[in-house]
Design a protein around this ligand. Structure first.
Ligand code: DC
Length: 212
């Protein structure tokens, strides 16, 4: 079984993906980390983020062993990831890595921006997570402060709105809900409430299948 979770920055889709994967004993891939890793390679080299040839080279040399690097979670790397991920050539290089991950048993949860639309259009369950940008900014600010980073909530909100705009309006694989995705608005849910709502969606899809 493949579960695709898409949604904007700081919507909680990553945590949801991790928790759903643990619940069903599936493997989990936070696909944002891939774009963040590519962006970090360019940042470390002092390269221009719009240098497509360099970004493609970084994507081809992706090292999953480095996906756990906490620096990848920072806002600076996230912003840079939003820029490099707009390149169709970078995205193309990363498609097979993601599809291979999804195909391996026993099942997988992938979260990102284009999982239900481009990477796994045949996913068994698609969930599109949304939350009010003000709520997302609040949550991201608290997370950053918990990591010991200074964070100004108004700036975080501005960053989220800018990132949403860039991710939604790029020509290749923009952030959008697949027509068969189930919408999950977690603006007024805590993490446990969001996880429960997601499990309810997966179980409803499974039950529907068993009936036919
Ligand atoms: O989900 P995130 O904040 O870690 O993602 C960082 C950036 O990577 C995001 O702004 C856009 C890009 N991204 C993407 O284009 N496609 C994905 N499947 C995941 C992330």
């Amino acid at each position: 079984m493949i579960i695709a979770i898409d949604g904007p920055a700081a919507s909680g889709k990553g945590t949801l993906g991790k928790r759903l994967a643990a619940h069903y004993h599936f493997r989990h891939l936070d696909t944002g980390v891939i774009y963040r890793a590519v962006a970090k390679t360019l940042l470390d080299a002092g390269a221009d983020l719009t240098d497509e040839a360099r970004a493609v080279a970084a994507a081809m040399e992706l090292d999953p062993e480095k996906f756990g690097d906490p620096v990848l979670k920072t806002q600076a790397v996230g912003d840079a990831a939003s820029v490099v991920s707009a390149s169709p050539r970078v995205r193309e290089v990363l498609v097979s890595f993601q599809r291979q991950f999804a195909a391996e048993p026993p099942g997988a949860v992938l979260d990102g921006r284009d999982i239900g639309t481009v990477i796994c259009p045949d996913a068994d369950v698609k969930i599109f997570v949304v939350a009010d940008p003000v709520v997302r900014a609040r949550r991201r600010t608290l997370e950053a402060r918990a990591r010991g980073e200074a964070a100004d909530e108004a700036l975080v909100l501005a960053d989220i709105l800018k990132r949403d705009e860039r991710d939604r309006n790029r020509a290749t694989a923009p952030l959008k809900a697949a027509p068969d995705a189930h919408l999950l608005d977690n603006s007024h849910l805590d993490i446990e409430g969001g996880v429960r709502a997601a499990i309810d969606i997966v179980e409803a899809v499974r039950a529907g299948r068993q009936r036919v």
